[in-house]
Design a protein around this ligand. Structure first.
Ligand code: CIR
Length: 258
């Protein structure tokens, strides 16, 4: 995990039959189609493989409807993974299988009550962690992140995310100093040493991208953001996320990258 946009391995987890019971902030207009969600997940795994990553797909865990969103279960850098404690009770326990998958590759640290922390709130840019203070990540969770990563040379910068689910619903780091950020949300000045690519409100879902080895995986159907990313010289590949989005997820939440 030495460079945030150079990765060689990904941990993912298959979509369970119970996926339609995922935690959502408002019920989708159309019900979640599990078969389509699985196809979209498979395309995501294949896209990571095509970018050179060894992808591990953990078996589905029907007891945890949200368990495909592995990003929330671990925060990793520099050979260490901090296993989180999710902010919603129904997701607690998902992190165990993710920890076991990471154990052969990194040193594990853990998060205990009363701390809550979710990986969707943790954005790494070089030697800084930006961490969203959200309904899912509390002050004790942020303290835990500091305790694990400051001794490794990281600065931890807290960012209020307002009513957003996670920090990474609003922004993604693409590498080369480029930060995607939804207009009118977090003040760009809150991020240091970056060049901001503004995502228009009507394409807000495009703010959650996955940058891997020079290519940006982005949600399909956001042409303004796509053109802005392409203008940086980075490669772009669009992925359909319609069913994942119905469960309040997007691309980054589907993997832990090492
Ligand atoms: C949840 O509410 O926890 C899930 N339905 C969605 C989690 C998405 N995670 C992420 O973006 N990191």
């Amino acid at each position: 995990m030495s460079d945030p946009v150079r990765f060689h391995r990904a941990i993912t987890r298959a979509i369970p039959d119970t996926f339609p019971n995922a935690v959502v902030r408002s019920a989708p207009v159309e019900p979640i189609r599990v078969d389509v969600a699985r196809r979209q997940h498979r395309a995501y795994v294949e896209a990571l493989e095509a970018l050179g990553l060894a992808v591990e797909v953990l078996p589905a865990a029907p007891r945890y409807p949200d368990s495909c969103f592995v990003e929330d279960c671990a925060v990793g850098a520099r050979g260490v993974a901090l296993i989180t404690r999710p902010g919603v009770a129904s997701r607690r326990g998902e992190e165990t299988a993710v920890a076991e998958a990471l154990r052969p590759h990194v040193r594990l640290e853990f998060t205990t009550e009363p701390a809550t922390l979710e990986g969707g709130d943790c954005l790494r840019i070089g030697r800084r962690w930006y961490v969203g203070r959200s309904d899912r990540t509390n002050a004790a969770g942020i303290l835990r992140l500091r305790a694990v990563f400051e001794p490794l040379g990281f600065e931890v910068v807290e960012v209020p995310v307002g009513r957003s689910l996670h920090l990474k619903c609003l922004c993604s780091y693409l590498g080369d100093g480029w930060l995607l950020l939804v207009e009118g949300t977090i003040a760009p000045g809150g991020f240091r040493d970056v060049r901001v690519l503004t995502v228009p409100t009507e394409e807000a879902s495009a703010a959650n991208c996955v940058a891997v080895n020079g290519t940006v995986l982005m949600p399909a159907g956001c042409p303004i953001t796509r053109r802005a990313i392409e203008a940086t010289g980075l490669g772009v590949r669009e992925l359909d996320t319609s069913e994942i989005r119905k469960a309040d997820g997007s691309l980054s939440c589907l993997s832990v990258l090492l």
